[in-house]
Ligand binder design. Structure first.
Ligand SMILES: C[S@@+](CC[C@H](N)C(=O)[O-])C[C@H]1O[C@@H](n2cnc3c(N)ncnc32)[C@H](O)[C@@H]1O
Ligand SMILES: [Zn+2]
Length: 308
């Protein structure tokens, strides 16, 4: 299957990184190398480290970045950024880009089991290894399933869906995306089903986040990446739902915060200094034009900060 994915806010991301031809850049989610190719072609003596956890994406990115000797493709997770840089003998970098979530390739490739529009085995593993959606749906307790659907999907009917999953799987394991979609359809009341898009959207998002430890990956990266940014280095993150965006917004704001001593203290006792300047006070959103040609950009938000 052809790897097709239209890069979201491509020009905005490239602008956000303020690329220097001799700088070192990390694309932590290189996917089909859309953003990565644009970064690589702007480098002369610089370097691009293109990371993805999906072996299919790595195969495609390796091919697409072959014309650029500046690029090194790494199969790994962006939470391990410090270890990846250590292995390459790189201390600090001039920019990091994360374009979170799934690629259109992953969504459209039905055997990967990400899509509620296609009937396929329940899988959803970006890395094609570890626990799959099947394992979570068929093994987790009703309490844990409720938590997953509520926390990661903000699903109002989390408890009812979890209860029905547990009931159904006592008869037979839930094996396919289609079976899960039917169960969700039969659980959510008809009135609620008519609002808020596809009834399975929130559950599928939640299970995908759980399968791929997406929030944990993001939080570990946010904890560890700032130390590896050179002074003046940019950190640009594209998020696609409110849970991710909230984490990025709060972390960037926290890193941009200097002294927090009360104003009447004669000297600072908290010892805090700001680590970054916010480049975007409010997130950058896709243009009307992009929205009209790429529906996947609809929920995208780009936040950028710069190391002091
Ligand atoms: C939205 S796509 C990126 C598309 C890419 N920017 C482009 O323009 O072609 C997200 C990619 O990030 C990868 N990914 C998601 N979480 C990851 C993680 N924690 N570590 C490494 N790669 C990850 C996915 O496998 C997927 O290929
Ligand atoms: Zn202070």
């Amino acid at each position: 299957m052809e790897f097709s994915h239209v890069s979201v806010m491509l020009a905005e991301c490239i602008d956000a990184l303020a690329i220097k031809p001799d700088g070192i850049y990390v694309d932590g989610t290189c996917g089909g190398a859309g953003h990565s190719s644009e970064i690589a072609k702007r480098l002369t003596t610089g370097r691009l480290i293109a990371i993805d956890r999906d072996p299919d994406a790595i195969a495609v990115a390796t091919k697409r970045l072959a014309p650029y000797p500046q690029a090194t493709v790494v199969h790994g997770e962006f939470a391990d950024l410090p270890e990846i840089l250590d292995d390459l003998g790189i201390d600090t970098v001039d920019g990091i880009l994360l374009d979170l979530g799934v690629s259109s390739y992953q969504l459209d490739n039905e055997e990967r089991g990400f899509s509620y529009h296609k009937d396929a085995p329940l899988d959803m593993r970006m890395s094609k290894s570890g626990r799959s959606a099947y394992d979570i749906v068929n093994e987790e307790s009703a309490e844990e399933l409720t938590r997953i659907l509520r926390e990661y999907g903000e699903e109002r009917f989390a408890f009812a869906i979890a209860k029905n999953i547990v009931k159904r799987r006592q008869e037979h394991p839930i094996e396919t995306t289609g079976q899960l979609v039917d169960l969700i359809r039969n659980t959510i009341p008809a009135a609620a089903r008519r609002e808020g898009g596809h009834p399975a959207k929130r559950t599928f998002q939640a299970i995908r986040i759980a399968v791929n430890s997406e929030l944990d990956q993001l939080s570990r990266c946010l904890e560890r990446a700032f130390d590896r940014l050179a002074p003046g280095g940019r950190f640009a993150i594209l998020t696609f739902h409110s849970l991710e965006d909230r984490m990025v917004k709060q972390k960037f704001a926290d890193m941009a915060k200097g002294c927090i001593c009360p104003p009447d203290f004669p000297v600072c006792v908290c010892g805090r200094t700001a680590v970054v300047d916010l480049v975007t006070k409010k997130p950058i959103l896709p243009s009307e034009e992009e929205l009209s040609v790429n529906s996947r950009s609809k929920s995208a938000k780009l936040r950028v900060c710069q190391k002091k």
